[in-house]
Design a binder for this molecule. Structure first.
Ligand code: FMN
Length: 203
């Protein structure tokens, strides 16, 4: 589509990195541990760039800096574990982002038969394998195929917002959840634990 004749071309000054980081930080996210046992070596990072991508096939993604010293090792893993951190995992998150040799010190976790490392008390866990890597500027978008999911033990997720950790409690949530379809996408009511049917809820 061509721009209408009256449209003006606006050129923007280059965005300085601080401003851009602040704008990115305005978007709240959860935090995950991406971890595996690679050739017997516990390897992992904390990542707030995790997101769900596709239901069929089941895909998730996170972005990793091209300067990461861990990704070249972690990408060699047969399977990678994703653990959605719980709200008491703030110190764990810092540890997983800290010096490499101390990242798993004292942490309770399991190594699955596939070599994925999953943290205890995570809100949810995924056992994944590498699907595709897409270089995107100074990061690589890592697409992972999901083979297994776990409910995890932790109830409340850790939230990362404006470079700080926050907590989210179910009591804060609006109970009038999105339902049905939005722009053709199925919206999950997420109330399986109540065991009630849609018809009961609508009543
Ligand atoms: C809350 C939080 C979120 C992070 N998210 C990411 C991320 O999404 N992508 C990334 O490359 N690094 C992220 N990091 C940094 C990594 O955890 C790690 O510190 C970084 O990759 C440097 O270590 P490495 O050289 O061993 O990879 C995050 C750190 C913290 C504390």
């Amino acid at each position: 589509m061509t721009a209408p004749a009256h449209a003006r071309t606006v050129s923007f000054p280059a965005i300085d990195q601080r401003t851009l980081r602040d704008a990115f930080g305005a978007f709240p996210s959860g935090v995950v541990a991406v971890a595996a046992s690679v050739k017997g070596q516990l390897t992992g990072i904390a990542a707030s760039s995790f997101t769900s991508v596709s239901i069929d096939p089941p895909l998730v993604s996170f972005s990793i800096s091209t300067t990461s010293s861990t990704w070249p090792l972690l990408r060699e893993a047969d399977h990678l574990g994703i653990s959605v951190l719980a709200d008491h995992h703030d110190a764990v998150c810092r540890q997983l982002a800290g010096p490499r040799e101390e990242r798993f010190a004292g942490l309770p976790f399991v190594v699955t038969g596939t070599g994925a490392v999953l943290l205890d008390e995570a809100v949810a866990t995924y056992d994944c394998s590498l699907h595709e890597e897409v270089v995107a500027g100074d990061h690589v978008i890592v697409l992972l195929e999901v083979h297994q999911v776990g409910g995890g033990d932790g109830e409340h997720p850790l939230v990362f917002h404006r470079s700080a950790f926050a907590k989210l409690h179910r009591d804060d949530l609006d109970h009038a959840r999105l339902d049905g379809r939005i722009n053709g996408a199925e919206v999950d009511r997420g109330d399986r634990e109540s065991g009630s049917s849609d018809a009961e809820d609508a009543a």
